[in-house]
Design a protein around this ligand. Structure first.
Ligand SMILES: Cc1ncc(C[n+]2csc(CCOP(=O)(O)OP(=O)(O)O)c2C)c(N)n1
Ligand SMILES: [Mg+2]
Length: 380
């Protein structure tokens, strides 16, 4: 993807507010920020980090074959372009209700889910379109679901937050913050109970860590050695509240120690770092069921959902992370490692654009569910 193709105006909504994650001032007795990160970020510092990452990415790239690397990059590009199209058609009124986009976080889903094998499971929150597509649900079925059409992934009845496919091992799409942590733990229990060596990837945001279900699930998973890999996608905001304002400690990976569990911090802008950390966790889980907590730090470029006015953060902050864009970083490394050329990147973008356009055509032309569907799939 050409560098400019990953940056769009809509992804850097300029804001006047320079508050740290909220328009309201912090209470007087609130502790100082727990991290040493500055509130307004230095772009040069971000670029230095970017270059450091590139070196380690190139070393990891050399361990994989070209075809697989191409598929990883393609999935990241497809996810980005698909989500941009969602924003576009949402604004045209084709999608109703909530719509949470994943732009900026693609390296997490691709790096982790593409390390899975047949029979493994994944479950996530409402920010689920990209994970669903990596699991194998087609862009057509995901977009038609967003449109509420009968041809959608779950017949147009779930919408954006509830993609699901038992056959593909993808168990949602959950709207209750943290709710999927308990369900994911249960899925891992089932895998162990059945005597398989399969694992579950359980994704959730950093704000979900403050929910009781996080504690209960991790405690039980370690005690019973359940093959669950808890992937905390730390995009640094829970709606309009920054992590710093809502958590007494900022180092989420460290929380694993409280359960005698393996825990690791991972740079979520680096797809290869995510892959390698996930593979280490998978190896532990397949061996004796040991769970792992991964804190994968990334950044959400868009608002919490399509209705977020985004007044709680600055343009400078968004730009800092875009300097380390996961797709650009990966492309630059692949180019330096002489795996792909600029022409190859253009071809990937063209193919993904075609796939997204086909999904739009499919969703546009699909019918809404029949009225008779109103009373099917209802459990009460
Ligand atoms: C139990 C519960 N409380 C509150 C909400 C409202 N809510 C929806 S998303 C969200 C923020 C969650 O942030 P995070 O877990 O960091 O995930 P992200 O949206 O950043 O991916 C909140 C509070 C909810 N859906 N469920
Ligand atoms: Mg978050």
């Amino acid at each position: 993807m050409p560098k400019t193709a990953t940056r769009q105006k809509t992804e850097t909504k300029p804001t006047k507010a320079a508050t740290n994650g909220n328009n309201k001032p912090a209470p007087k007795d609130a502790p100082e920020n727990q991290t040493d990160e500055p509130d307004v970020y230095d772009v040069k510092e971000a670029q230095a980090e970017f270059n450091k990452r590139r070196k380690s990415q190139i070393a990891s790239i050399k361990k994989l074959d070209k075809e697989f690397l191409g598929e990883m990059l393609y999935q990241m590009i497809l996810g980005r372009l698909f989500e941009r199209k969602c924003a576009e058609v949402y604004r045209m009124g084709k999608i109703g209700g909530f719509c949470h986009l994943y732009i900026g976080q693609e390296a997490i889903a691709v790096g982790s889910m593409m390390a899975l094998k047949e029979g493994d499971y994944a479950i996530t929150s409402y920010r689920d379109h990209v994970q669903a597509m990596i699991a194998g649900i087609t862009p057509e079925a995901v977009l038609a679901e967003l449109y509420g059409k009968a041809t959608g992934n779950v017949g147009g009845k779930g919408g954006s937050m509830h993609m699901f496919s038992k056959e593909k091992g993808f168990f949602g799409g959950h709207g209750i913050v943290g709710g999927q942590i308990g369900v994911g733990t249960g899925m891992a229990y089932a895998q162990k109970y059945k005597g398989t060596d399969n694992v579950t990837l359980c994704f959730f945001g950093e704000a979900a860590v403050n929910q009781g279900i996080f504690h209960e699930s991790l405690n039980m998973a370690q005690l019973w050695k359940l093959p669950c890999i808890y992937i905390c996608e730390n995009n640094q905001y829970g709606m309009g509240t920054s992590q710093k304002r809502a958590m007494s400690i900022s180092n989420i990976a460290k929380k694993a120690e409280g359960y005698a569990m393996a825990g690791e911090f991972v740079d979520g802008m680096d797809v290869m770092a995510v892959r390698e950390a996930t593979l280490r966790a998978i190896e532990r889980a397949r061996k004796d069921g040991s769970p792992t907590l991964l804190e994968v730090r990334a950044y959400r470029y868009m608002g919490h959902s399509m209705s977020d006015p985004g007044k709680y953060r600055t343009t400078e902050e968004i730009k800092k992370y875009q300097e380390r864009d996961p797709i650009i970083l990966f492309q630059d490394s692949l180019k330096e490692a002489k795996v792909f050329t600029d022409k190859d990147f253009e071809d990937f973008v063209a193919k993904a654009t075609e796939q997204v356009d086909a999904a739009v055509k499919f969703a546009d032309e699909s019918p809404f569910p029949d009225e008779s569907e109103l009373f099917t799939d209802v459990f009460a």
